[in-house]
Design a protein around this ligand. Structure first.
Ligand code: ZN
Length: 232
């Protein structure tokens, strides 16, 4: 068994286990750990097994949709937010621009566009916070400021381009602050090391004030739920 691998197109990392008596390749969801377990017969190469796993993306999505249905942004819904829960509320007389109070995000305006207004607000808020958190962390460690953007890219929570631009998934706003801070530390560390070598890991540990393994497994555990918010 080795470190779980993130494969493009698959929402959860894949954990390979070679099984001497297995007759065929098999993929199973390990829901509590947020992992896909790939059982590989001895005669099948690692590369062939991973190729096969990549082709199961539609099957995996279908399984996930069954255990965790999409969570559309509708009035009355409760969504994860910054480590807590946020109630989405629509009030005819309220302004169109969403307003965040302690545990409610509310807005008025036409009810049929409610979800769009909330989605736009969440994305803007994610950008605002992630830009700020990246700037503060970089400045504290004397690392040059990076251009930061947010998107909703497949299975990745963050990426850092060769030019140093950082892109995050806006859904990190829905995650607990400590989990988000881990992704920020990871991407800021890539500003100096464009690999996952020992120097990168040392810098990441210096940038993150907490247990990296715990943050990573927490993100893996909650990741699929976060990706179901604002869908459907
Ligand atoms: Zn990385």
């Amino acid at each position: 068994m080795s470190e779980p691998l993130a494969l493009s197109g698959l929402p959860w990392p894949v954990e390979l286990r070679t099984h001497p008596r297995a007759r065929r390749l098999r993929l199973a969801l390990d829901e509590p750990r947020g992992l896909l377990r790939l059982t590989v017969p001895r005669r099948v190469s690692r590369g062939a097994a991973l190729d096969w796993a990549r082709r199961q993306a539609a099957w995996v999505e279908a399984q996930l949709a069954r255990i965790e249905p999409a969570e559309p942004l509708v009035a009355g819904a409760r969504i994860p937010f910054d480590g807590a829960e946020l109630l989405l509320s629509w009030d005819e007389r309220a302004p169109r621009t969403p307003l965040l109070t302690e545990c409610t995000l509310s807005c008025g305006g036409p009810s049929d566009r409610f979800g769009d207004r909330i989605a736009r607000w969440l994305r803007d808020e994610a950008r605002r916070r992630l830009v700020e958190e990246t700037r503060i962390l970089s400045a504290r460690h004397g690392i040059n400021d990076a251009p930061v953007s947010v998107g909703d890219a497949g299975s990745r929570w963050g990426s850092c381009s060769v030019s140093g631009a950082i892109r995050y998934n806006w859904r990190l706003l829905l995650a607990p602050p400590a989990v988000r801070a881990y992704v920020v530390a990871h991407e800021v560390a890539h500003r100096l090391h464009m690999n996952h070598g020992p120097a990168f890991h040392a810098l990441q540990a210096e940038l993150y004030d907490g247990d990296i393994a715990a943050a990573r497994s927490e993100l893996r555990r909650i990741g699929s739920r976060l990706k179901r918010v604002a869908r459907g």
